[in-house]
Design a protein around this ligand. Structure first.
Ligand code: PMP
Length: 391
Protein backbone atom coordinates (compact mmCIF):
# COMPACT_ATOMS: atom_id res chain seq x y z
CA UNK A 1 0.00 0.00 0.00
CA UNK A 2 1.31 3.51 -0.71
CA UNK A 3 1.57 6.52 1.56
CA UNK A 4 -1.88 7.80 0.55
CA UNK A 5 -3.19 5.37 3.15
CA UNK A 6 -2.77 8.16 5.70
CA UNK A 7 -5.73 9.94 4.09
CA UNK A 8 -8.11 7.00 4.58
CA UNK A 9 -10.52 7.40 7.49
CA UNK A 10 -9.82 5.19 10.51
CA UNK A 11 -13.13 3.35 10.40
CA UNK A 12 -12.60 2.57 6.70
CA UNK A 13 -8.95 1.60 7.09
CA UNK A 14 -9.89 -0.98 9.72
CA UNK A 15 -12.86 -2.35 7.78
CA UNK A 16 -12.09 -5.80 6.34
CA UNK A 17 -12.60 -6.33 2.59
CA UNK A 18 -15.36 -8.74 1.59
CA UNK A 19 -14.03 -12.30 2.06
CA UNK A 20 -15.90 -13.50 -1.00
CA UNK A 21 -14.33 -11.24 -3.62
CA UNK A 22 -10.73 -12.19 -2.74
CA UNK A 23 -11.55 -15.83 -2.98
CA UNK A 24 -13.24 -15.54 -6.35
CA UNK A 25 -10.49 -13.46 -7.85
CA UNK A 26 -8.40 -16.67 -7.45
CA UNK A 27 -11.15 -18.88 -8.86
CA UNK A 28 -11.62 -16.76 -11.97
CA UNK A 29 -7.96 -17.37 -12.90
CA UNK A 30 -8.30 -21.14 -12.51
CA UNK A 31 -9.00 -23.39 -15.49
CA UNK A 32 -11.62 -26.18 -15.08
CA UNK A 33 -12.86 -24.88 -11.74
CA UNK A 34 -16.47 -25.66 -10.84
CA UNK A 35 -17.76 -22.76 -8.88
CA UNK A 36 -20.59 -22.97 -6.39
CA UNK A 37 -19.57 -19.59 -5.11
CA UNK A 38 -21.66 -17.31 -7.22
CA UNK A 39 -24.19 -15.08 -5.48
CA UNK A 40 -26.24 -14.30 -8.55
CA UNK A 41 -28.58 -16.16 -10.91
CA UNK A 42 -26.93 -18.13 -13.73
CA UNK A 43 -29.92 -17.25 -15.92
CA UNK A 44 -29.70 -14.38 -18.36
CA UNK A 45 -32.41 -11.77 -17.78
CA UNK A 46 -35.59 -12.97 -19.58
CA UNK A 47 -35.70 -11.57 -23.09
CA UNK A 48 -38.93 -9.59 -22.75
CA UNK A 49 -37.30 -7.67 -19.89
CA UNK A 50 -34.10 -7.02 -21.85
CA UNK A 51 -36.27 -5.90 -24.74
CA UNK A 52 -37.84 -3.20 -22.56
CA UNK A 53 -34.36 -1.83 -21.83
CA UNK A 54 -33.49 -1.95 -25.52
CA UNK A 55 -36.71 -0.10 -26.37
CA UNK A 56 -35.86 2.55 -23.80
CA UNK A 57 -32.52 3.19 -25.50
CA UNK A 58 -33.96 2.95 -28.99
CA UNK A 59 -36.56 5.57 -28.22
CA UNK A 60 -33.86 7.85 -26.87
CA UNK A 61 -35.03 7.77 -23.28
CA UNK A 62 -31.62 8.39 -21.82
CA UNK A 63 -32.21 11.18 -19.31
CA UNK A 64 -32.36 11.55 -15.54
CA UNK A 65 -35.74 10.79 -14.03
CA UNK A 66 -37.50 12.10 -10.94
CA UNK A 67 -35.16 11.36 -8.02
CA UNK A 68 -37.67 8.87 -6.65
CA UNK A 69 -37.95 7.06 -10.02
CA UNK A 70 -40.53 7.50 -12.77
CA UNK A 71 -44.20 7.75 -11.78
CA UNK A 72 -44.85 4.60 -13.82
CA UNK A 73 -42.12 2.66 -11.99
CA UNK A 74 -43.41 3.69 -8.56
CA UNK A 75 -47.01 2.92 -9.46
CA UNK A 76 -46.04 -0.56 -10.65
CA UNK A 77 -44.04 -1.16 -7.47
CA UNK A 78 -47.02 -0.05 -5.40
CA UNK A 79 -49.34 -2.51 -7.22
CA UNK A 80 -46.85 -5.39 -7.08
CA UNK A 81 -46.09 -4.97 -3.39
CA UNK A 82 -49.78 -4.65 -2.42
CA UNK A 83 -50.67 -7.75 -4.43
CA UNK A 84 -47.81 -9.98 -3.31
CA UNK A 85 -46.89 -8.73 0.16
CA UNK A 86 -49.97 -6.92 1.49
CA UNK A 87 -49.11 -3.35 2.49
CA UNK A 88 -50.21 -0.47 0.28
CA UNK A 89 -47.66 2.28 -0.30
CA UNK A 90 -48.31 5.69 -1.80
CA UNK A 91 -46.16 6.02 -4.97
CA UNK A 92 -45.72 9.78 -4.37
CA UNK A 93 -44.42 9.69 -0.81
CA UNK A 94 -43.67 6.14 0.33
CA UNK A 95 -41.68 4.55 -2.51
CA UNK A 96 -38.14 5.25 -3.67
CA UNK A 97 -36.40 3.60 -6.67
CA UNK A 98 -32.75 2.77 -5.92
CA UNK A 99 -29.58 1.23 -7.33
CA UNK A 100 -30.50 -2.23 -6.07
CA UNK A 101 -31.13 -3.25 -2.49
CA UNK A 102 -27.48 -2.35 -1.90
CA UNK A 103 -28.18 1.36 -2.22
CA UNK A 104 -31.56 1.10 -0.53
CA UNK A 105 -29.99 -0.42 2.58
CA UNK A 106 -27.06 2.00 2.59
CA UNK A 107 -29.21 5.12 2.38
CA UNK A 108 -31.65 3.75 4.93
CA UNK A 109 -28.80 3.30 7.41
CA UNK A 110 -27.33 6.71 6.59
CA UNK A 111 -30.70 8.42 6.87
CA UNK A 112 -31.63 6.95 10.24
CA UNK A 113 -28.55 6.13 12.31
CA UNK A 114 -26.79 8.54 14.61
CA UNK A 115 -23.21 7.77 15.68
CA UNK A 116 -23.25 5.15 18.43
CA UNK A 117 -26.71 3.77 17.63
CA UNK A 118 -26.96 -0.02 17.74
CA UNK A 119 -28.35 -2.26 15.03
CA UNK A 120 -29.45 -5.87 15.56
CA UNK A 121 -29.09 -8.36 12.70
CA UNK A 122 -29.16 -12.12 12.41
CA UNK A 123 -26.01 -14.04 11.53
CA UNK A 124 -24.84 -15.83 9.33
CA UNK A 125 -25.92 -13.07 6.99
CA UNK A 126 -25.21 -11.16 3.82
CA UNK A 127 -21.67 -9.78 3.93
CA UNK A 128 -22.59 -6.10 3.71
CA UNK A 129 -24.80 -5.61 6.78
CA UNK A 130 -22.25 -5.18 9.55
CA UNK A 131 -19.77 -3.12 7.44
CA UNK A 132 -22.57 -0.83 6.24
CA UNK A 133 -23.55 -0.17 9.86
CA UNK A 134 -19.91 0.48 10.78
CA UNK A 135 -19.65 3.00 7.94
CA UNK A 136 -22.40 4.98 9.69
CA UNK A 137 -20.38 5.08 12.92
CA UNK A 138 -22.98 2.83 14.47
CA UNK A 139 -22.59 -0.57 16.13
CA UNK A 140 -23.76 -3.86 14.63
CA UNK A 141 -25.04 -6.44 17.15
CA UNK A 142 -25.27 -9.99 15.76
CA UNK A 143 -27.92 -12.51 16.80
CA UNK A 144 -26.83 -16.08 16.09
CA UNK A 145 -29.13 -18.42 14.15
CA UNK A 146 -28.53 -22.17 14.08
CA UNK A 147 -28.91 -25.13 11.69
CA UNK A 148 -31.06 -27.11 14.17
CA UNK A 149 -33.59 -24.28 13.89
CA UNK A 150 -33.30 -24.11 10.04
CA UNK A 151 -31.52 -20.77 10.59
CA UNK A 152 -34.78 -19.05 11.50
CA UNK A 153 -34.40 -16.11 13.89
CA UNK A 154 -35.36 -17.21 17.40
CA UNK A 155 -37.29 -14.39 19.13
CA UNK A 156 -35.74 -15.43 22.47
CA UNK A 157 -32.21 -15.07 21.04
CA UNK A 158 -33.17 -11.65 19.70
CA UNK A 159 -34.40 -10.56 23.12
CA UNK A 160 -31.19 -11.85 24.74
CA UNK A 161 -29.03 -9.87 22.29
CA UNK A 162 -30.93 -6.60 22.72
CA UNK A 163 -29.11 -3.78 24.55
CA UNK A 164 -30.06 -0.21 25.42
CA UNK A 165 -29.31 1.96 22.39
CA UNK A 166 -30.65 -0.54 19.82
CA UNK A 167 -32.55 1.43 17.19
CA UNK A 168 -32.88 -0.88 14.25
CA UNK A 169 -33.32 -4.53 13.36
CA UNK A 170 -32.20 -5.85 9.97
CA UNK A 171 -34.08 -8.93 8.74
CA UNK A 172 -33.39 -10.97 5.64
CA UNK A 173 -35.79 -13.80 4.82
CA UNK A 174 -35.15 -15.95 2.87
CA UNK A 175 -31.60 -15.55 4.11
CA UNK A 176 -28.33 -15.35 2.22
CA UNK A 177 -26.34 -17.62 2.95
CA UNK A 178 -28.50 -20.13 4.83
CA UNK A 179 -31.83 -20.19 2.96
CA UNK A 180 -33.55 -19.66 6.32
CA UNK A 181 -37.11 -18.34 6.24
CA UNK A 182 -39.46 -17.04 8.93
CA UNK A 183 -42.78 -18.67 9.72
CA UNK A 184 -45.67 -16.39 10.52
CA UNK A 185 -45.71 -17.26 14.25
CA UNK A 186 -42.00 -16.45 14.68
CA UNK A 187 -42.37 -13.28 12.64
CA UNK A 188 -45.29 -12.22 14.86
CA UNK A 189 -43.15 -12.67 17.96
CA UNK A 190 -40.34 -10.66 16.33
CA UNK A 191 -42.84 -7.94 15.38
CA UNK A 192 -44.14 -7.78 18.95
CA UNK A 193 -40.58 -7.40 20.19
CA UNK A 194 -39.84 -4.65 17.66
CA UNK A 195 -42.91 -2.73 18.84
CA UNK A 196 -42.03 -3.23 22.53
CA UNK A 197 -38.49 -1.90 21.97
CA UNK A 198 -39.53 0.75 19.42
CA UNK A 199 -37.22 -0.62 16.72
CA UNK A 200 -37.19 0.43 13.09
CA UNK A 201 -37.11 -2.73 10.97
CA UNK A 202 -35.18 -2.97 7.69
CA UNK A 203 -36.60 -5.98 5.90
CA UNK A 204 -34.43 -7.16 3.01
CA UNK A 205 -36.80 -9.37 1.01
CA UNK A 206 -34.65 -9.68 -2.12
CA UNK A 207 -35.03 -13.49 -2.23
CA UNK A 208 -38.76 -13.53 -1.44
CA UNK A 209 -39.85 -14.71 -4.92
CA UNK A 210 -37.48 -17.64 -4.49
CA UNK A 211 -39.37 -19.25 -1.61
CA UNK A 212 -39.70 -23.01 -2.08
CA UNK A 213 -41.70 -24.08 0.97
CA UNK A 214 -44.71 -22.31 2.43
CA UNK A 215 -45.77 -18.75 1.68
CA UNK A 216 -43.43 -15.84 2.12
CA UNK A 217 -44.76 -13.44 4.76
CA UNK A 218 -43.45 -9.88 4.96
CA UNK A 219 -43.10 -8.44 8.44
CA UNK A 220 -44.39 -5.17 6.96
CA UNK A 221 -47.82 -6.82 6.59
CA UNK A 222 -48.19 -7.62 10.31
CA UNK A 223 -50.30 -5.37 12.56
CA UNK A 224 -48.46 -2.29 13.78
CA UNK A 225 -45.43 -2.94 11.55
CA UNK A 226 -46.07 -0.91 8.42
CA UNK A 227 -45.25 2.32 10.26
CA UNK A 228 -41.91 1.00 11.56
CA UNK A 229 -40.72 -1.14 8.65
CA UNK A 230 -38.80 -0.27 5.52
CA UNK A 231 -39.42 -2.97 2.93
CA UNK A 232 -36.37 -3.39 0.70
CA UNK A 233 -36.65 -5.26 -2.54
CA UNK A 234 -35.16 -5.48 -5.99
CA UNK A 235 -34.93 -7.35 -9.25
CA UNK A 236 -31.48 -8.97 -9.03
CA UNK A 237 -32.50 -12.39 -7.79
CA UNK A 238 -36.13 -13.20 -8.66
CA UNK A 239 -35.87 -11.67 -12.15
CA UNK A 240 -32.16 -12.38 -12.78
CA UNK A 241 -31.34 -8.68 -13.24
CA UNK A 242 -28.16 -8.15 -11.17
CA UNK A 243 -26.44 -6.04 -13.84
CA UNK A 244 -29.39 -3.66 -14.17
CA UNK A 245 -28.69 -2.43 -10.61
CA UNK A 246 -32.26 -1.66 -9.77
CA UNK A 247 -34.31 -1.97 -6.60
CA UNK A 248 -36.57 -0.02 -4.28
CA UNK A 249 -37.57 0.86 -0.75
CA UNK A 250 -41.13 1.21 0.55
CA UNK A 251 -41.84 2.65 3.98
CA UNK A 252 -43.40 5.39 6.08
CA UNK A 253 -43.13 8.81 4.41
CA UNK A 254 -40.78 10.53 6.87
CA UNK A 255 -38.16 7.78 6.65
CA UNK A 256 -38.46 7.58 2.85
CA UNK A 257 -38.07 11.37 2.76
CA UNK A 258 -34.87 11.12 4.81
CA UNK A 259 -33.58 8.44 2.43
CA UNK A 260 -34.54 10.62 -0.54
CA UNK A 261 -32.22 13.37 0.72
CA UNK A 262 -29.21 11.02 0.85
CA UNK A 263 -30.19 9.51 -2.51
CA UNK A 264 -30.59 12.96 -4.11
CA UNK A 265 -27.11 14.05 -3.17
CA UNK A 266 -25.32 10.73 -3.70
CA UNK A 267 -27.09 9.15 -6.66
CA UNK A 268 -29.79 11.43 -8.16
CA UNK A 269 -31.79 8.58 -9.67
CA UNK A 270 -31.63 4.97 -10.81
CA UNK A 271 -30.85 4.52 -14.54
CA UNK A 272 -33.94 5.13 -16.68
CA UNK A 273 -33.45 2.03 -18.88
CA UNK A 274 -33.25 -0.15 -15.78
CA UNK A 275 -36.42 1.41 -14.41
CA UNK A 276 -38.20 0.67 -17.68
CA UNK A 277 -36.95 -2.92 -17.73
CA UNK A 278 -38.10 -3.29 -14.12
CA UNK A 279 -41.60 -2.07 -15.05
CA UNK A 280 -41.77 -4.90 -17.59
CA UNK A 281 -40.57 -7.41 -14.96
CA UNK A 282 -43.26 -6.26 -12.53
CA UNK A 283 -46.00 -6.37 -15.17
CA UNK A 284 -45.15 -9.50 -17.10
CA UNK A 285 -42.24 -11.28 -15.41
CA UNK A 286 -44.11 -13.74 -13.24
CA UNK A 287 -43.93 -16.76 -15.59
CA UNK A 288 -40.19 -16.35 -16.21
CA UNK A 289 -39.64 -15.96 -12.48
CA UNK A 290 -41.63 -19.11 -11.68
CA UNK A 291 -39.72 -21.06 -14.31
CA UNK A 292 -36.39 -20.06 -12.74
CA UNK A 293 -37.69 -20.83 -9.26
CA UNK A 294 -38.68 -24.35 -10.33
CA UNK A 295 -35.21 -24.94 -11.74
CA UNK A 296 -33.60 -23.74 -8.51
CA UNK A 297 -35.84 -26.07 -6.52
CA UNK A 298 -34.81 -29.13 -8.59
CA UNK A 299 -31.14 -28.25 -8.15
CA UNK A 300 -31.62 -27.60 -4.45
CA UNK A 301 -33.17 -31.03 -3.91
CA UNK A 302 -30.27 -32.65 -5.74
CA UNK A 303 -27.43 -30.80 -4.02
CA UNK A 304 -28.86 -31.13 -0.51
CA UNK A 305 -29.41 -34.88 -1.01
CA UNK A 306 -25.83 -35.23 -2.31
CA UNK A 307 -24.29 -33.35 0.65
CA UNK A 308 -26.18 -35.53 3.11
CA UNK A 309 -25.17 -38.73 1.28
CA UNK A 310 -21.56 -37.58 1.54
CA UNK A 311 -21.85 -37.10 5.30
CA UNK A 312 -21.94 -33.31 5.20
CA UNK A 313 -25.14 -32.59 7.12
CA UNK A 314 -27.24 -30.12 5.24
CA UNK A 315 -30.63 -28.73 6.22
CA UNK A 316 -33.11 -28.03 3.44
CA UNK A 317 -32.94 -24.32 2.57
CA UNK A 318 -36.51 -23.10 2.22
CA UNK A 319 -35.63 -20.17 -0.01
CA UNK A 320 -32.85 -18.34 -1.95
CA UNK A 321 -30.31 -20.38 -3.94
CA UNK A 322 -27.72 -21.47 -1.41
CA UNK A 323 -27.04 -24.75 0.40
CA UNK A 324 -25.20 -24.33 3.67
CA UNK A 325 -23.77 -27.72 4.68
CA UNK A 326 -22.09 -28.42 8.01
CA UNK A 327 -18.50 -29.42 7.26
CA UNK A 328 -17.33 -30.11 10.84
CA UNK A 329 -17.34 -33.89 10.18
CA UNK A 330 -14.23 -33.34 8.01
CA UNK A 331 -12.24 -32.01 10.97
CA UNK A 332 -11.39 -28.91 8.92
CA UNK A 333 -12.39 -25.35 9.67
CA UNK A 334 -14.45 -23.49 7.05
CA UNK A 335 -11.54 -21.61 5.50
CA UNK A 336 -9.26 -24.66 5.30
CA UNK A 337 -12.09 -26.76 3.85
CA UNK A 338 -12.81 -24.19 1.12
CA UNK A 339 -9.13 -23.65 0.35
CA UNK A 340 -8.24 -27.37 0.16
CA UNK A 341 -11.34 -28.20 -1.87
CA UNK A 342 -10.34 -25.54 -4.37
CA UNK A 343 -6.69 -26.62 -4.51
CA UNK A 344 -7.31 -30.35 -4.65
CA UNK A 345 -10.50 -30.69 -6.68
CA UNK A 346 -11.03 -27.21 -8.12
CA UNK A 347 -14.45 -26.74 -6.59
CA UNK A 348 -15.16 -23.30 -5.20
CA UNK A 349 -17.47 -22.82 -2.22
CA UNK A 350 -17.52 -19.88 0.16
CA UNK A 351 -16.29 -20.43 3.73
CA UNK A 352 -19.17 -19.94 6.18
CA UNK A 353 -17.08 -17.50 8.20
CA UNK A 354 -17.34 -14.97 5.32
CA UNK A 355 -20.90 -14.47 6.65
CA UNK A 356 -19.88 -13.87 10.26
CA UNK A 357 -18.51 -16.01 13.05
CA UNK A 358 -21.87 -17.82 13.31
CA UNK A 359 -20.96 -19.38 9.94
CA UNK A 360 -17.97 -21.27 11.40
CA UNK A 361 -18.15 -24.98 10.55
CA UNK A 362 -20.22 -24.40 7.40
CA UNK A 363 -19.70 -23.45 3.80
CA UNK A 364 -22.01 -21.85 1.26
CA UNK A 365 -22.60 -23.70 -2.00
CA UNK A 366 -24.72 -21.82 -4.48
CA UNK A 367 -27.03 -23.83 -6.72
CA UNK A 368 -27.44 -21.02 -9.19
CA UNK A 369 -25.43 -23.00 -11.70
CA UNK A 370 -26.40 -25.74 -14.14
CA UNK A 371 -27.47 -29.18 -12.95
CA UNK A 372 -24.48 -30.69 -14.83
CA UNK A 373 -22.02 -28.44 -12.99
CA UNK A 374 -23.63 -29.22 -9.66
CA UNK A 375 -23.46 -32.94 -10.45
CA UNK A 376 -19.77 -32.60 -11.36
CA UNK A 377 -19.12 -30.67 -8.15
CA UNK A 378 -20.77 -33.50 -6.19
CA UNK A 379 -18.41 -36.05 -7.79
CA UNK A 380 -15.37 -33.93 -7.03
CA UNK A 381 -16.43 -33.29 -3.43
CA UNK A 382 -16.87 -37.06 -3.00
CA UNK A 383 -13.28 -37.59 -4.21
CA UNK A 384 -12.05 -34.81 -1.94
CA UNK A 385 -13.68 -36.34 1.13
CA UNK A 386 -12.43 -39.81 0.21
CA UNK A 387 -8.84 -38.53 0.16
CA UNK A 388 -9.05 -36.85 3.58
CA UNK A 389 -7.24 -38.70 6.37
CA UNK A 390 -9.70 -40.97 8.28
CA UNK A 391 -10.72 -39.55 11.63
N1 PMP B 1 -29.33 -8.37 0.03
C1 PMP B 1 -28.94 -9.65 -0.03
C2 PMP B 1 -29.35 -10.57 1.06
C3 PMP B 1 -28.15 -10.11 -1.09
O1 PMP B 1 -27.77 -11.39 -1.14
C4 PMP B 1 -27.76 -9.19 -2.10
C5 PMP B 1 -26.91 -9.59 -3.28
N2 PMP B 1 -26.14 -10.69 -3.17
C6 PMP B 1 -28.18 -7.87 -1.98
C7 PMP B 1 -28.97 -7.49 -0.91
C8 PMP B 1 -27.82 -6.81 -3.00
O2 PMP B 1 -28.66 -6.88 -4.07
P1 PMP B 1 -28.78 -5.78 -5.22
O3 PMP B 1 -28.25 -6.43 -6.45
O4 PMP B 1 -30.27 -5.50 -5.31
O5 PMP B 1 -28.02 -4.60 -4.81
Amino acid sequence: MDASGRFVARHVATLPKSGIRDFFAIVSQMKDAVTLGIGEPDFVTPYHIREAAIASLEKGRTSYTDNRGTQQFREEISRYVAKNYGPEYNPDTEILGTIGVSEALDILLRATLNPGDKVLYHEPCYVSYAPSVTLCHAEAIPVRTIAADQFALDPAALRAAWQPGCKMLILNFPTNPTGGTAERAKLEAIAKFAIEKDLLVASDEIYSELTFEGDHVSIASLPGMRERTVFLHGFSKGFAMTGFRIGYACGPAAVIDGMLKVHQYAIMCAPIMSQEAAVEALRNGRDSMLHMRDKYRERRDFIVRRFNELGLNCHLPRGAFYAFPDITSTGLDSMTFARKLLEEQKVAVVPGTAFGSAGAGFCRASFSTSYERIHEAGERIARFLEALPRR
